[in-house]
Design a binder for this molecule. Sequence first.
Ligand SMILES: *[C@@H]1O[C@H](CO)[C@@H](O)[C@H](O)[C@H]1NC(C)=O
Ligand SMILES: *[C@@H]1O[C@H](CO)[C@@H](O)[C@H](O)[C@H]1NC(C)=O
Length: 429
Amino acid sequence: MSSILSFAVLAFVHALNVAAAPALRVRAAPPATFTANNAIGPGGSSFTDSAHFRVYGETGTTATNTLNMLEGAYSCFVDTLGWRSSGLAFNDATDADGPWTKVNIYSVSTLSGGAAGVMHSDYKTGMSWLEVVNQYTAIPGVTVHEFGHGMTYHAKTWVEQGRTGAWWETVANWYADTYKTSPLCAEGRSKFGQSTSATEINLNKVIGDSFQVLVDGSAGSGNYYEAWPFLSYLTYNADKFAGLGTNTIRESFVQYSKGSNETPLHTFARLSTGATIQKVVGRYWARMAFVDIGHPTAQSVFLSQRSRINYANLDSQGNGVYKVKSARQPKYMGANIVPLKKSGAVSVSAKITTSGTYTATLSIRNTSSGATRYVDFVNGSASASVSADEEAAVVVANTPALILYDPFQLSGEVAKGLDYTLTLTGATA
Ligand SMILES: *[C@@H]1O[C@H](CO)[C@@H](O)[C@H](O)[C@H]1NC(C)=O
Ligand SMILES: *[C@@H]1O[C@H](CO)[C@@H](O)[C@H](O)[C@H]1NC(C)=O
């Protein structure tokens, strides 16, 4: 479903005046109910209201379900996680005193280009508003995704920063998934009678095409809708990297270098005070060997789908030497995950030869307890004793110095693959 979603570029075309945030922000309590404004979007006389939203073109159960879902997301992200409220206009520099406005959602029969939903921004008021096709209004994968765009817009700093463009989709899918699946949103969901729902993680894409640029906005072949597990990894922070965790996505807006057009990876690199972004990306991919990223349900999807994922990354050269296939050389911040074959308890050693810059890991998982361990490659090699009840994989990520790249226009260093050979003893690839 996410592939048919489209995000209107309207958010980028407005030259709004963003005043500098005051050094000290005092949060006054917002009103319990925000003010509706019929002039944001096409307006209309048939609508249903909740405290922070107005849905046009729906009444009865669909309206109630849609509004409870959106209020659940609002409660999670604004009340629990402290994101800037969608009630505050883009161009409001003094957040504490409002005004506080409802987000309008229009339930429509069709959208151009076959989209299921779209986010717009209203120039005059600095408010986001959404359009969603009727049948999807109460579906979080569509409406909460679009609201995620709205929240990104209200967070201000990514607007008109073209290099963040493709990441808007990554964030919106992470936003919808977090609303649907995360313990972080349990309180928000339960306040509005919403249950958890299934993750839409697409492992055929994320793992099967893991060699692609980490966030690749190429039309048709890109992964920008699917790449959100990286954001889940940063949020759950299973490796307890200093500076990362629950608030990383919120802080990627708050601490974005204003007007710099930097990539979100640059911001994450600053947020991560204890580990380089190269180490963080390398460990993300190491954990994706078993989808051990802290997500509550993604690993069970992995365990049921793993046998159908494409892992054909290497060609054997004989004598335990393997060369990466040219079409699957990992590009900028992408990786290869190479499951190892072995019998019984073995001592595995692995060596990588390349002229490129990479972060490699021997990922090991106890298949009965699920316990994992990660052995970093140092100076091109890693070794470990792997018991009979453990499985292992070699994970090689292409992690050069950060590049200011536009995911919609991949070229040069970003599009260049990491050429390498892997030599194994104790196991085969
Ligand atoms: C793997 O897990 C099982 C079940 O908890 C445990 O008995 C076994 O010792 C573990 N193996 C290793 C190598 O830790
Ligand atoms: C890695 O190589 C450096 C430089 O040759 C050396 O100083 C260091 O001890 C090596 N580390 C390991 C763990 O082999």
